[in-house]
Write a protein that binds this ligand. Structure first.
Ligand code: UDP
Length: 231
């Protein structure tokens, strides 16, 4: 049985609108994840919050409070995407590391495993539950805890480059790069805290463009032209 952790950036949910949700974009994601679930893959999902809020960009309010808003943004994203997943025929559950009353269930490894065993897609919402962290770190943390076979990073860009291709037209894309090189060269894959966790826990990452046709299914089946980050 293959178990994966799929990370979707908040911006990716917004499509061309760059804010909020774009239903057609999320429906395409849902249909791809359904193919994986139908094939027996267990799928955990972490979603960023950038389509609503980023804690570190606020100059006026306290960082801890700003980050709490960011974490709640990821909860909204997970509830929305979970409902779109249900609309295409999947069973889902949204777990958070803090109590949200009857809106979500409190995260525990045992609870996640129970839902995976029932063929449910498990959304890990609310990040790590702590300020000064990111959903990158939550992604690696949950992937390690649930013993995922790999982390799949669906991004707006189609892989890892040696420099920003929007700025440098001759930027080179890596087919494969080690996590050590990602850290040494400060390549934008996941943030440093998440990179170190990934290295220490030997969990590979697969980086690919969400916008390409069937990219999630292809990445999980090993037929992708993104970047493998080795550990
Ligand atoms: N956040 C947090 N702790 C976490 C995860 C997220 O405080 O464990 C907050 C933080 O404010 C972040 C926002 O939630 O800016 C959205 O998360 P995401 O990882 O998308 O943020 P980004 O890295 O894009 O700023």
């Amino acid at each position: 049985m293959k178990r994966i952790l799929l990370k979707l950036s908040g911006e990716a949910l917004a499509g061309d609108k760059h804010h909020g949700f774009d239903e057609p974009t999320v429906t395409v994601v849902a249909k791809q994840v359904k193919q994986l679930v139908d094939a027996g893959v267990q799928v955990g999902i972490v979603i960023g919050g950038g389509n609503f809020w980023r804690g570190r960009t606020s100059e006026t309010i306290d960082r801890t409070k700003a980050d709490q808003i960011g974490m709640l943004a990821t909860v909204m994203n997970c509830i929305y995407v979970s409902e779109i997943f249900r609309s295409v025929g999947m069973m889902t559950s949204v777990l958070t590391p803090f109590e949200c009353g009857s809106i979500t269930k409190l995260y525990s490894k045992d609870r996640a495993n129970k839902y995976f065993a029932h063929n449910m897609v498990v959304f890990f919402a609310g990040g790590t539950g702590h300020p000064y962290f990111s959903t990158d770190t939550a992604t690696v943390l949950r992937a390690v805890e649930i013993e995922a076979d790999g982390i799949y990073l669906a991004k707006a860009i189609d892989g890892v480059y040696d420099s920003d291709p929007k700025v440098n037209p001759s930027a080179k894309k890596y087919d494969q790069v080690s996590i050590q090189e990602v850290i040494d060269k400060k390549l934008a894959v996941v943030d440093l805290t998440a990179s170190v966790m990934c290295m220490e826990n030997h969990i590979p990452m697969y980086v690919f463009g969400l916008g390409e046709t069937n990219s999630i299914v292809n990445a999980v089946n090993g037929q992708f032209n993104g970047t493998v980050v080795t550990v």
